[in-house]
Design a protein around this ligand. Structure first.
Ligand code: HQG
Length: 179
């Protein structure tokens, strides 16, 4: 399976497991899981056939470990816009986390802080290099530091996804630093 096909399958799965399950005619359980057989059958019916071997490959080699497979079921590890309860326990974050964005968003972020926008949570990275990659999806990346330790002490909840993305409901401007 070449890289191009791997990325294509990964994007197709992300789209349906995070955002548009109904477009495939599948229903995610409350925790985001769907039977692998049901998913592959639905993909084939929609004209995008994925073999079980391809699915296993994408789950195993995905650069961000975007998917988890357990007991014959699959779900996206994070990034949903549909309502799912990922059952992630609250976790104590490191002192600083990072958020990659672009300059055009900064005025609004300075006044209202980071908001989840179309997703369930604000996504934060454990290191600057990852945040640079996240921001670069949209343009020239700008990295903000988040004083996650202070947020945690102030009672804000954090969760860490199975693939190491830190999630929180919102980041008020007081906890953000542009550097
Ligand atoms: C921005 C990818 C204006 C925010 C990545 C971002 C990540 C604001 C955009 C994951 C704002 C939302 C998530 C405010 C936030 N005013 N703009 N108040 N608050 N924003 O895609 O963090 O490849 O929903 O800076 O690697 O970019 O999909 O979030 O630019 O982990 O697995 O609004 O998606 O992972 O964009 O990325 P997104 P994100 P996957």
């Amino acid at each position: 399976m070449d890289e191009k096909r791997t990325v294509k399958v990964s994007k197709y799965l992300s789209k349906h497991l995070r955002h548009r399950p109904e477009r495939l005619g599948i229903t995610l359980d409350p925790h985001g899981w769907v039977e692998v057989d049901e998913l592959l059958g639905a993909c084939a019916r929609n004209g995008f056939t994925i073999t079980p071997e391809e699915l296993d490959h994408v789950v195993a080699v995905n650069d961000k470990q975007r998917f988890a497979v357990d007991a014959g079921r699959i779900r996206a590890n994070q990034g949903h816009s549909v309502t799912v309860d990922l059952d992630l326990p609250p976790a104590a974050p490191p002192s600083y986390l990072y958020h990659g964005t672009i300059a055009q968003a900064l005025d609004s972020i300075r006044s209202e802080g980071l908001r989840p926008m179309n997703r369930h949570h604000v996504h934060l990275s454990p290191d600057r290099a990852t945040a640079v990659r996240v921001g670069a999806r949209r343009g020239v990346p700008v990295v903000l530091s988040v004083d996650a330790g202070a947020m945690h002490r102030a009672g804000h909840l954090f969760h860490v996804s199975a693939n190491g993305v830190w999630l929180t409901d919102a980041v008020p401007p007081a906890f953000l630093r542009l550097r």
